[in-house]
Design a protein around this ligand. Structure first.
Ligand SMILES: [Zn+2]
Length: 326
């Protein structure tokens, strides 16, 4: 399934370029009708550009001189074209092909390296296929409602659920997100189900995606499937993505089937990411004790030692939401 992404992306870039070429054609027709003299200049520039490239492959004694002459002529004509466009109230770039990503000129590549826009599009593809695009339309900070968290203290907890969440939100919004590039903070959200862990993870995912970071979201089940594909089908692309993404969100750790394979592969992945200083956000419904029981000591000590732990607690928010609807 993953292998199809590359060709999907190539299609996307082709479509973008076709759309921009079509849009330019329409703009040219418009100017041609209103101000044909500008198009005349533009055509002359085009011819000179062709001459220039032909000249660069032709061998002649005064090549340099010839080259400079054509270049100067192009510069003059361009200035004239821009001046005319501006005097008619247009953007000087109006007759140029526009690029949605000027860095890679909508090819997805800068030399042999993938452009950031390529990575972002890839993430969008992943989100689309994982169903999270729809999720984060709803589950984002705009819709985060702190009132779902009780203001009365609960059990032995030091803070009320609301105060607890306010402290966490403050850290996320005023430190974790704005300083994302500069810290290596891994987060572990734990607590019973219905306490908003996935919701907050999605809020964070959307915020980072919007800021151009490569975020990959996986439930622990999906992650195990990916790890199998990496191991048995040698999917290097997927491995690269999971290890080198800016943030890997692993949702619902503990819900997957735990075998020797999953424990080993999971440990290897966490280790690689920690060594490479690539961030993770893990959420689990399990308590820290159960987590330790489920996984080998080496994993949990890795998790507890290299992750900032946040406990989520409140009355089940889903129940509250349903009651509110009624
Ligand atoms: Zn680009």
């Amino acid at each position: 399934m993953i292998k199809g992404y590359q060709s999907q992306l190539i299609d996307i870039y082709e479509k973008i370029r076709d759309q921009e070429i079509a849009a330019l054609k329409i703009r040219r027709e418009e100017i041609n009708q209103k101000y044909p003299e500008i198009i005349n200049i533009d055509n002359k520039i085009g011819k000179l550009c062709i001459k220039l490239s032909l000249n660069s492959i032709r061998n002649s004694n005064n090549r340099e001189e010839e080259f400079k002459k054509i270049k100067d002529a192009i510069t003059d004509l361009r200035a004239k074209k821009y001046e005319l466009l501006v005097s008619k109230g247009y953007n000087p770039e109006y007759l140029n092909l526009q690029y949605r990503c000027p860095r890679c000129k909508d090819t997805g590549y800068i030399g042999i390296n993938k452009c950031n826009c390529f990575k972002q599009k890839l993430v969008q593809l992943y989100y689309k296929n994982s169903g999270l695009t729809d999720t984060i339309k709803e589950e984002n900070f705009k819709n985060f409602n702190i009132n779902y968290y009780d203001s009365d203290r609960m059990g032995d907890e030091k803070f009320s659920p609301r105060k607890n969440m306010e402290i966490l939100l403050d850290k996320i919004l005023n430190d974790y997100l704005p300083n994302f590039k500069n810290h290596n903070d891994n987060l572990l959200f734990y607590g019973t189900s219905g306490t908003g862990k996935t919701f907050l993870s999605n809020c964070i995912a959307k915020e980072l995606l919007d800021r151009g970071h490569l975020v990959v979201y996986r439930t622990s089940d999906e992650l195990i499937k990916d790890l199998r594909e990496i191991r048995f089908e040698n999917n290097e692309f997927l491995e690269d993505l999971l290890i080198n993404c800016d943030l890997l969100i692993i949702d619902d750790l503990g819900a997957e089937q735990i075998t020797d394979f999953t424990v080993t592969e999971f440990f290897t992945l966490i280790n690689k990411k920690i060594l490479k200083k690539k961030k993770m956000l893990i959420s689990t419904n399990l308590s820290l004790q159960t987590l330790t029981k489920h996984y080998a000591e080496r994993i949990t000590s890795r998790l507890f030692g290299n992750f900032k732990l946040f406990k989520f607690y409140t009355q089940d928010i889903r129940v509250k939401k349903n009651l509110a609807k009624k």
